[in-house]
Design a protein around this ligand. Structure first.
Ligand SMILES: *Cc1c(COP(=O)(O)O)cnc(C)c1O
Length: 393
């Protein structure tokens, strides 16, 4: 489909995305519609963002009401919902102090600064970061510096110094990198972009122990795997391994641009001080309304319980594909963040899926990634499996 709108985009945008030639117009529940009215079942959720799906009336009304009242003010003042959004987010993510950002990359950027600031106050001289191979933490300089893919980093070198990469789920490779200069270890409990790789219980516990023994901060990036997706509100809770700093974004605002990094009181005491950090838009009234309302809806609708229930069905149907379809070799992941390793070119399967009216995304390692809105039901999973089977066919 080539039309004026797509052509205008082609001619005017900087080409950093490999876009599919469709233009989306509106959404409802689990579905989005393009400008020609074609319907797509959405198992991508705008990269794991729209956890509550599209056109949630309660969220829409709350946002509209806030737009009419006040949608921006500076962080020199408090506003009606900043305290409430912060309190509720801290409560559900298990942290004590939060800073609102506009994106996941910015949340990680802030977390890295917060870790360095902690070491600075303590006068330890620690500045090194240990990150994981196959990780993804964002595109800004700090975030890309701890991202474990050469292709993301190389064109922009030199990056932030003092970063070393360990093998994910290999404690010995982490231990080998520890020095008296190690400041923080950053990891995703469930790697998304890197191929849907779930941390082992042993790895999470081992990282926690290494950090405790050496006064190193553990940073969990839950930008993608947080907010209900793995079957607990945040993935760390599923492991029972609490980080010192937690980063969030994607689903916490259901698509209103908002992210956050949060820390325990113990870290906050030595970390960022007035004047150390800021964000003009960060935590504005619209963003805070989104966060607060999304949490309200999550809890009232028992979204996390629903994820656990429906994920069992998704797992079963994906396992069947591994059994039955030659080009599907493995299922990975947890909850509603799963992947299938396939042996066919992903771009081809994705293109066919779009023709079938299905949106899925890919991840490293030739993985098709399934991160649907968390409101997905068994009937949508059946519909997805049907479309995907034809696209794989
Ligand atoms: C998407 C993502 C980011 C980056 O978030 P942006 O909002 O695109 O800056 C960081 N970490 C993880 C794990 C992500 O999935």
């Amino acid at each position: 489909m080539v039309n004026e709108k797509i052509q205008a985009a082609e001619e005017n945008l900087i080409h950093v995305y490999n876009r599919f030639p469709i233009a989306l117009d509106r959404g409802e529940g689990m579905y989005v519609y393009d400008i020609e009215g074609k319907k797509y079942l959405d198992f991508a959720a705008g990269f794991a963002v729209t956890g509550l799906g599209y056109d949630n009336k309660e969220l829409n009304e709350a946002l509209k009401a806030q737009v009419d009242k006040l949608y921006h003010t500076s962080n020199l003042y408090y506003h009606e919902c900043c305290g409430e959004a912060a309190r509720e987010l801290n409560r559900v993510c298990g942290m004590d102090r939060v800073f609102f950002t506009n994106s996941g990359g910015e949340a990680n950027e802030g977390a890295l600064k917060a870790a360095r600031r902690y070491a600075y106050t303590k006068g330890t001289g620690r500045y090194e970061f240990i990150a994981m191979e196959n990780s993804f933490h964002g595109r800004s300089f700090g975030a890309v510096s701890v991202t474990g893919h050469d292709s993301y980093r190389e064109p922009f070198e030199p990056l932030v110094p003092g970063v070393k990469f360990a093998k994910f789920n290999d404690l010995d490779s982490v231990k080998a990198l520890i020095t008296d200069k190690t400041c923080a270890i950053i990891l995703e409990p469930l790697q998304g972009e890197g191929g849907i790789n779930l941390a082992t219980q042993e790895f999470m516990e081992g990282i926690r122990a290494i950090c405790d023994e050496n006064d190193i901060l553990m940073i969990c990036d839950e930008v993608q795997c947080g907010m209900g997706r793995t079957g607990s509100m945040f993935a760390w809770q599923g492991f029972g391994v609490k980080p010192d700093i937690l980063t969030m974004a994607k689903a916490i605002g259901n698509g209103i641009p908002v992210g956050a990094f949060a820390m325990t009181e113990k870290v906050a005491e030595y970390s960022l001080q007035p004047g150390d950090h800021g964000a003009t838009y960060g935590g504005n009234p619209l963003a805070c309304t989104a966060v607060k309302t999304v949490i309200e809806i999550f809890e009232r609708e028992k979204i996390v319980d629903h994820v656990n229930e429906v994920a069992r069905y998704l797992t079963k149907r994906l396992d069947e594909l591994v059994e039955e379809v030659d080009c599907v070799t493995e299922r990975k992941g947890k909850g509603l963040m799963q992947g299938l390793v396939i042996t066919k070119p992903l771009a081809e399967v994705n293109k066919k899926a779009i023709e079938e009216g299905l949106l899925v995304i890919q991840a490293q390692g030739n993985v098709i990634r399934f991160v649907p809105p968390l409101i997905v039901k068994e009937k949508h999973i059946d519909e997805m499996i049907g479309k995907l089977s034809r696209a794989l066919g």
